[in-house]
Write a protein that binds this ligand. Sequence first.
Ligand SMILES: Nc1ncnc2c1ncn2[C@@H]1O[C@H](COP(=O)(O)OP(=O)(O)OP(=O)(O)O)[C@@H](O)[C@H]1O
Length: 224
Amino acid sequence: MLEVKEVTKKYGGLIALDSVSVDFKKEGVTGIIGPNGSGKTTLLNVISGLVKPDKGRLYLNGADITDKPVHLRVRLGIARTFQFPKYFSKFTVLENLTINADEDKAMEALKLVDLAHKANTPARNLTMYEIRKLEIARALALSPRYILLDEPLSGLSYEESISLSNLLKELSAMGFSLIVVEHKLSILFKYAEKIIVMASGRVVANGTPEEIASNRDLVKQLGL
Ligand SMILES: Nc1ncnc2c1ncn2[C@@H]1O[C@H](COP(=O)(O)OP(=O)(O)OP(=O)(O)O)[C@@H](O)[C@H]1O
């Protein structure tokens, strides 16, 4: 279990996270939703170790990981993807993975996302859909237990979004725990088991997709 306990992060006078507490179980898909600027990406950054909280602690299976740097969190099983994909366009798909993983692990990960046939293609020749899969494969090659995904469907067509969400569902069924920041709610609500709603740096609701969608006041208030 991954636990975020009363985490606060300020940027100058702006409170990006305001005493956020939330638990993530080991399996399944948790969606994080909320208006622009509500703190979703900052929460992923704090969990992955890119951003250090001003207050609060993070625990992985009971162990305090608050002061652990990114690479140690990766070793403990926390990997991520980015809203704006980070990859080396001149490198091949496989080379983009072998920067951080051995070739066997990298090929295994590419097979999981159905990108093995593009292993030797330079990343610059990929479509956005394939780049999103490359990012997921790069996370998978690190043998994670948790994968944090920041808007994985961004820039994809409806059909591509459905395909990618099916892939995420499969990964979840294989035992990976996914934490997904997403704006495409109708698709997210079909494959997430739990939804966390953020507003102004706080968790304002959490529940099943059905519970959140039936909370009309909340949906209206947040413009979701
Ligand atoms: N590095 C930073 N420096 C200053 N302010 C920041 C920084 N990162 C985030 N913020 C601010 O913190 C707040 C929360 O940002 P965050 O990116 O976490 O929101 P978000 O919910 O992910 O938004 P979006 O849906 O637009 O991606 C915003 O007001 C943002 O401008």
